[in-house]
Design a protein around this ligand. Structure first.
Ligand code: AMP
Length: 403
């Protein structure tokens, strides 16, 4: 890497999409952001915004056959603004990889052995790891000489103690099939817990934080002195909080029951719990804005869905308060956590005995900055801390390749 190489391209490859951002690590500035959607369909779409040049968003539609074609199209868009993959200023590509199992506790420079290990984890992340692998292989083919780094969603949670990570099932069966709680959204939990400490003017090692990542997927984590000690997602991102389309915690007997009494197959139940449950299953909408609008109109189903969502959230706040012993802050992040003031107010309502309270005026402020929403005299701070997974991936990638 040359001394002038200060840019990192962050790639987040999903099964039919690639999200990307090019950042300058001298100041974290975004030079370009974009998204390729519906890869493999006739109606693929690429949206690219060249922030460095102040140019407008460019959108192109038309078939993009696979991830290789998608990345080539992205590279061409970047080149058009003088930001191409062949630029000597590009230091590395950072890849989001969903499942790193127990092996990957840190961001890792990708070589053939690392690729093989990510491949070995496909059975525990069948939806995500194959797409991540395709993105990595394609990027490596385009720039074989460039360092490529994998940043794992699970890595931040590998510090969980064994008693929090293990399910209470037969140990041999669990070990034979690598069944345990891995947790996800780790990049966000790491970033937000650190930023929360910063907001409190403390070192991360001094504070205990409950992070509530409430997006379309949602997870909570208990972070003690900068280390994750518990998190709500498990073997897969299905466990824990009520989400946009996922049930979160549920009695596993529901699955055998549905197979026995409703004749549903494993795949049917998988789709039910991952795609047709959560807020969408409860009221037909998974967007919190729409749910709030319906509640304001007196819609009972939307009200019940909201109440179920909040009840689960409260249970996790209580549980993680007990796990941590002392809580310094509860931090809300992601689409719902950052934008939905009524969710924050309802989640903390009635928790005054636990030192938690919300100042209605502060909670109503809309801003992209980390901010407190608790009254000054609250024993436990409540905060809104916007997450930035791409920046975190870029920083971890750059730290590794520039070390
Ligand atoms: P994410 O997965 O972090 O992008 O979050 C997406 C979710 O955030 C959406 O499904 C909405 O439920 C929620 N959301 C986004 N903007 C708002 C808003 N202004 N008010 C309430 N909820 C929002």
């Amino acid at each position: 890497m040359t001394a002038t190489a200060t840019r990192v391209l962050v790639l987040n490859s999903g099964s039919s999409s690639v999200k990307y951002q090019l950042l300058d690590m001298r100041d974290g500035a975004r030079l370009a952001v974009g998204l390729v959607e519906r890869i493999g369909e006739e109606t693929s779409r690429l949206a690219h915004t060249p922030l460095a040049t102040g140019g407008d968003k460019r959108e192109t539609e038309g078939p993009i056959a696979d991830h290789e074609a998608a990345l080539k199209a992205v590279a061409a868009e970047l080149s058009a603004d003088g930001l191409g993959l062949d630029s000597p200023e590009l230091a590395a590509i950072g890849h989001r990889v969903v499942h790193g199992g127990l092996k990957f506790t840190e961001p890792t420079v990708i070589d053939d052995a690392v690729l093989q290990e990510i491949e070995r984890l496909v059975p525990v992340a069948p939806l995500h790891n194959p797409a991540n692998l395709t993105g990595i292989r394609t990027a490596r083919a385009l720039r074989p000489d460039l360092p490529q780094v994998a940043v794992f969603d699970t890595a931040f949670h590998t510090t969980m103690p064994e008693y929090a990570a293990r399910y209470a099932i037969d140990v041999e069966t669990a070990d034979a099939h690598r069944i345990r709680r891995y947790g996800f959204h780790g990049t966000s939990h790491a970033y937000v817990s650190r930023k929360t400490a910063e907001l409190l003017g403390k070192d991360p090692s001094e504070v205990n934080v409950i992070v509530l990542h409430l997006g379309n997927g949602a997870s909570a984590s208990a972070v003690a002195g900068g280390r994750c000690v518990d998190t709500s997602m498990g073997l897969t991102p299905l466990e824990g909080l009520v989400m946009g389309t996922r049930s979160g915690d549920i009695d596993p007997a529901v699955t055998f029951h549905l197979k026995r009494v409703a004749g549903m197959s494993e795949d049917d139940v998988d789709v039910l719990l991952n795609k047709k449950s959560g807020l969408v299953g409860l009221c037909g909408d998974n967007d919190m804005r729409e749910i709030r609008r319906r509640i304001d109109e007196g819609d009972e189903r939307a009200r019940l869905a909201f109440d179920i969502y909040i009840h689960r959230l409260k249970k996790y706040i209580g549980a993680y308060t007990a796990v941590l012993g002392r809580v310094d802050a509860v931090a809300f992040t992601a689409g719902v956590g950052e934008n939905a003031a009524p969710v924050r107010a309802a989640a903390l309502a009635g928790l005054e005995e636990m030192g938690l309270a919300v100042d209605a005026d502060l909670n109503a402020v809309r801003s992209g900055e980390p901010r407190l929403i608790s009254p000054e005299d609250a024993r436990v701070a409540a905060a809104v801390v916007p997450t930035d997974e791409e920046l975190e991936i870029a920083q971890q990638t750059y730290a590794l390749v520039s070390a």
